[in-house]
Design a protein around this ligand. Structure first.
Ligand code: NAI
Ligand code: MG
Length: 367
């Protein structure tokens, strides 16, 4: 039996995760869903946002569905990423006919960003420059300047193992996409011209692993890659990039195909995985019941494909979401000003209705 942990987090997180739970229960009726205490309630009861028992439930689960972090759940997110070493974050963006896009031209976008998820500038490693200079007075920058004694610094970390494991995930993803008719090409995105060591290593290891897997690849610097993502998004297939660049590029990519409310993501490691929409807690609309649940619901489809090996359920769900949108259902973030937007619950129910319709058709057999 499948055992999944649901952590709503904060803001709109619990709202979209509950809508997703209904869809999950429909597709996998015997799923065991746990909702262990976390966040603000856990801080009040246990003095920590993620008690040991909740961590243990996550470790024992087949996978985790997460909502969003605002202020109380920072340690929850840290556990999901660093505690469970979910080092690769997969963020697909695909054109949906009729959804808002800032692009002037109508081009089919179908890309996947593979973001390194646990290194680079994350988790926060910051300090006072005066402490840095006191410990390392002879350190200079690339043009020989001493470090100023006032201000703050942040550390950006790149390791060989970190580069290898995320590159392997990108290679596998490209090969899977090739099987389904996509080009199966990886574009590596770095700022190697500035971070010659860290991003230089990221790029050369990525190239080595992609060559070994016989996956074609190219490379752009992050600034040029962002420009290309807006100018020719149809030319991208898989994008492999360090943590912060992936964080930023995936918001841009989401905006091109309907916005943050539509954007799913899956964070995978060797042993554990968790799934969450790309968006955050959306404090401006939290508690109103109007958040778009489709980013979270589509993350379920990634869960079926990447972790549970249930591609048929993933396809069914993707078809149900496409049909719901084709029938005109729009939450406020997707709605034109003239239409009546649906609530989070109504959107979730519309997807459920599509799934029920498909189940009924399958049960009655071919006509
Ligand atoms: P955000 O993603 O929460 O919101 C940005 C904009 O998109 C807002 O106008 C919001 O209403 C809208 N939006 C987002 N998701 C939506 C949905 N499902 N339906 C309709 N509209 C939606 O990003 P923001 O405002 O930069 O950050 C708010 C908080 O979320 C911050 O505390 C931030 O640190 C946190 N955050 C957490 C993330 C996570 O848990 N993985 C990711 C990004 C931000
Ligand atoms: Mg982000």
């Amino acid at each position: 039996m499948l055992n999944l942990v649901l952590l709503g987090g904060e803001g709109i997180g619990p709202e979209v995760v509950e809508a997703t739970a209904q869809v999950l229960k429909h597709l996998v009726p015997d799923v065991e869903l746990q909702r262990p205490i976390h966040g603000e309630a856990a801080i009040a009861a246990h003095g920590t946002s993620i008690p040991d028992a909740t961590k243990e439930a996550c470790r024992r689960a087949d996978a985790i569905l997460y909502g969003a972090t605002h202020k109380h759940c920072k340690d929850v997110l840290r556990f999901l990423r660093w505690g469970l070493t979910t080092f690769a974050n997969l963020r697909p963006s695909k054109t949906r006919p009729g959804l808002p896009s800032p692009l002037k031209k109508d081009v089919p976008i179908d890309l996947l960003i593979v973001r390194e998820n646990v290194e680079g500038e994350y988790p926060t490693r910051e300090g006072e420059l005066r402490d840095f200079v006191a410990r390392w007075p002879e350190f200079t920058d690339v043009i020989g300047q001493k470090i100023p004694a006032e201000g703050a610094f942040a550390l950006r970390i790149t390791t060989e193992i970190g580069c290898r494991r995320v590159s392997a995930v990108a290679a596998q993803a490209a090969l899977r996409r090739r099987e389904s008719g996509r080009p199966g090409k990886v574009t590596i995105v770095t700022k190697q011209n500035i971070f010659a060591r860290g991003d230089g290593m990221f790029r050369s290891i990525a190239e080595e692993i992609l060559d070994a897997a016989k996956v074609p690849h190219d490379h752009y610097y992050i600034d040029d890659a962002c420009r290309r993502l807006v100018a020719q998004p149809e030319n991208f297939d898989v994008i492999l990039t360090p943590n912060m660049f992936g964080d930023i590029m995936s918001d841009i990519a989401a905006e091109l195909v309907g916005g943050l409310g539509m954007a799913p993501s899956g964070c995978v490691g060797e042993r554990w995985s968790y799934f969450e929409s790309v968006h955050g807690s959306a404090p401006d609309i939290a508690g109103k019941g109007i958040a778009n649940p489709l980013g979270s619901i589509q993350s379920l489809s990634l869960l079926f494909r990447l972790t549970l090996d249930r591609p048929a359920d993933a396809t069914l769900l993707e078809e149900a979401v496409a049909a719901t949108l084709a029938n005109g259902y729009r939450t406020a973030d997707l709605a034109e000003s003239a239409t009546r937007p649906v609530s989070t619950e109504e959107m979730g129910n519309a997807v459920l209705e599509q799934l029920e319709r498909r189940a009924a058709t399958a049960a009655s057999g071919p006509a």
